[in-house]
Design a protein around this ligand. Structure first.
Ligand code: MG
Length: 358
């Protein structure tokens, strides 16, 4: 079937600059696509590029999507959607957008919410909220503000200064007290030795998990860290696809694998990572880059569908000062849900904020 492809870019400012060990961002920039069938059914998808993890820029996506315009695709089978997605010679995040758009069409054509068709395991999730790298007292202040807003899981970005990182976690724990979960993400920033030292010290502040302590490609180092660590180790940058998940299992380098739809070329690739992880007794986390409400909604459909996805970092649309869509995943305190509408649900585009590409 010939599907019409339209694409737009959108830029949304962040509430405040977000600093992680590999850089600072002040806005999110993503590509939105709409697929329309000959009889007028619409499916939406989103591509949010990550230069550091996937080596993709928004400009790469714009160039690639301009060549598509008409997509020959069958959206009546999840397996055929997977097959088509992985046959496309396009950047991973653009493949993800197309995969999400086709699955939106699939679920709309069935009159069912996507999460129910993919597994239908839970009807809501509890998200964390991320706090970028700041001075320890500032990070503690921000942590307290988020707890007062109803968040009960904090994700602290670390990885630039090992000594100060210990102080960051201590200050945050002192500020929020017991009963609030703290997870940390070093975004590859520590050496193996620093990681082992820092983790052994922050463990006493009840850290739930440590994400990507050292370089993505140092599987030997990650195995060593995990052996020494009293805290579960989650891999993000190290595991993009199902093949990488197998490698992490072989190296015994992970307790948790963080799934992101841009890394797995969308939802069907993510299912493979989840099932492989589950088979090796590794639980999954689900995270995001800088997706808008649309992309986050797609992630939460997957999170609600699959039993093995048990840690939720579904906050990037909560960190922007504007929205690209109204509707989609709801938030109440820290509980998010995508509801019972067909497809990805009711998402109303704010076209005035979009720049049309095709
Ligand atoms: Mg991460």
């Amino acid at each position: 079937m010939a599907l019409r492809v339209e694409a737009w870019t959108v830029e949304l400012p962040l509430l405040e600059p977000f600093r992680i060990s590999t850089g600072t961002s002040e806005k999110t920039r993503t590509l939105l696509i709409r697929l329309t069938t000959p009889d007028g059914l619409e499916g939406w998808g989103e591509a949010c590029p990550s230069k550091t993890v996937l080596g993709e820029t928004l400009e790469d996506l714009v160039e690639a999507v301009r060549k598509i315009k008409i997509l020959e695709a069958d959206y009546e089978s999840i397996e055929k959607i997977h097959e088509l997605t992985w046959s496309l010679k396009v950047p991973s995040s653009l493949a993800a957008a197309i995969n999400i758009g086709l699955l939106d069409l699939y679920a709309r054509s069935k009159g069912s919410p996507l999460w129910r068709l993919l597994g239908g395991y839970r009807d809501s999730i509890q998200t964390d909220i991320s706090i970028g790298i700041m001075e320890p007292y500032e990070q503690a202040k921000r942590a307290l503000e988020f707890v007062e807003k109803g968040f009960r899981i904090l994700k602290l970005k670390l990885g630039l200064e090992p000594e100060k990182d210990v102080e960051r976690v201590k200050r945050v724990r002192d500020a929020v007290g017991e009963g609030v979960k703290i997870r940390v993400d070093a975004n590859q920033g520590w050496s193996v030795e620093d990681a082992i030292r820092v983790i052994s010290r922050i463990a006493s502040y009840e850290v739930e998990l440590v994400e990507q302590p050292t370089r993505w490609d140092d599987f030997e180092g990650l195995r060593k860290i995990r052996r020494e660590s009293p805290v579960p180790i989650a891999l993000d940058e190290s595991v993009k696809t199902a093949r990488d998940a197998i490698k992490a299992i072989e190296y015994e380098a992970a307790d948790i694998i963080n799934i992101k739809l841009m890394k797995t070329k969308g939802i069907t690739g993510a299912l493979r990572v989840a099932y492989i992880s589950e088979s090796a007794n590794i639980r999954n986390m689900i995270g995001c880059y800088g997706e808008t409400r649309l992309g986050i909604t797609a992630h939460i459909h997957l999170a609600q569908a699959i039993r093995n996805i048990q840690f939720y970092d579904m906050d990037c649309d909560l960190l922007t000062s504007q929205q690209a869509f109204q509707g989609g995943a709801s938030i109440e305190n820290d509980i998010r849900s995508v509801g019972e509408e067909p497809g990805l649900g009711k998402l109303v585009p704010e076209f005035s904020k979009f720049v049309r590409i095709i």
